[in-house]
Ligand binder design. Structure first.
Ligand SMILES: Cc1ncc(COP(=O)(O)O)c(C=O)c1O
Length: 320
């Protein structure tokens, strides 16, 4: 396997026990994989993807990265940081209105020197992204387009190899639970599960997408990513586990469930979740625990995917 990869992530990330939270919830045993500590501008799941994506961009001779997301996108913050780190330009297409005083991820985007294009509505994003890309090509800026969330087959490889890393840590778990949205993390874990022989289950809690969409996307991404590891493996949507019961409030809408999850992790473990992704994923996990979905003797690995800078975004800080 000769897959271009840069090595800037702080790996392996630690696996830690959450004994006080486990006791409060009355079991099963909960562990956490600290991918909020992957490095690169406060860390998060995008660091692993960007090791492959930026390597691909550099190999193609790119001089700048272009990507898009929400105004408080963690993916955009980390992409902007990676661009700064490797001396590349960066343009971010963000949906939302530029506030007078940018905070949290948006403030960091600016510090990394990213050019920011805002659009009023998410429906304009694809078109604006394409226009931004075409303009950069025409201007001779050699752009590389990073798919939303870094969730291309190349980006998904980051999480396939994360499973290899986890297997070497020699910790037996029955479930991996995490937040899933654009599907790259999920697809990588599903692929890594197969390639590196993880016997437990991989359960994505949807942040904003319907189950049908997710399982179709994740199986396709995992299949496409597998080709880069040497041989195509065909994944069936029916093999992918996704739960979309916890995203009805909509993307980034803080409900009592996310608030409780963030506060429980903080109060019992001194561990910070984020309001949008890990808060929602943990809320789903906690509800499933309370409903008896997991067996008491099982062990859950909560895969922390980062995102904590959003805690300080004006939008969330006064609601959490
Ligand atoms: C903190 C955090 N967790 C989880 C996710 C979801 O990951 P994916 O887009 O790979 O599904 C994101 C996506 O932006 C994120 O920022």
């Amino acid at each position: 396997m000769d897959i271009p990869r840069l090595n800037f992530a702080h790996l392996p990330t630690r696996v830690e026990e959450l004994p006080r939270l486990t006791e409060y919830l009355g079991g099963p045993k909960i562990l956490v994989k600290r991918d909020d500590q992957t490095g690169l501008a406060f860390g998060g799941n995008k660091t692993r993807k960007l090791e492959f994506l930026v390597a691909e961009a550099l190999e193609q001779g790119a001089k700048m990265l272009i990507t898009g997301g929400a105004l408080q996108s963690n993916h955009c913050r980390q992409t902007a940081a990676a661009a700064a780190r490797f001396g590349l330009g960066c343009t971010l297409v963000l949906n939302g209105e530029m506030p007078d005083q940018p905070s949290a991820n948006l403030l960091l985007d600016q510090m990394f020197g990213a050019e920011i294009v805002t659009i009023a509505d998410r429906v304009l994003r694809d078109q604006t992204l394409q226009e931004t890309f075409d303009k950069a090509v025409a201007g001779g800026r050699s752009p590389y387009l990073v798919t939303y969330g870094g969730s291309s087959p190349t980006g998904a490889l980051g999480y396939a190899f994360a499973v290899e890393e986890f297997m070497k840590q020699n910790v037996k778990v029955d479930w991996m639970v995490f937040g899933t949205s654009s599907g790259g993390t999920h697809a990588g874990l599903v692929l890594g599960q197969r390639v590196f022989g993880y016997n437990g289950k991989v359960l994505g809690i949807s942040i904003d997408e319907p189950e049908e969409w997710l399982i179709t996307r994740v199986s396709k991404l995992a299949s496409d990513a597998s080709e880069r590891m040497g041989e195509r493996i065909e994944f069936d949507p029916a093999e992918v586990l996704a739960n979309a019961d916890y995203c009805r409030a909509g993307y980034g809408v803080l409900t009592d469930a996310e608030r409780e999850a963030v506060r429980l992790f903080a109060k019992y473990e001194g561990l910070l979740l984020d309001p949008v992704y890990t808060g929602r994923a943990a809320a789903g996990m906690i509800d499933l625990i309370r409903k008896g979905f997991f067996k008491k003797e099982e062990t859950i690995l909560f895969w922390h995917t980062g995102g904590q800078p959003a805690l300080f975004a004006e939008k969330y800080a006064n609601k959490i």
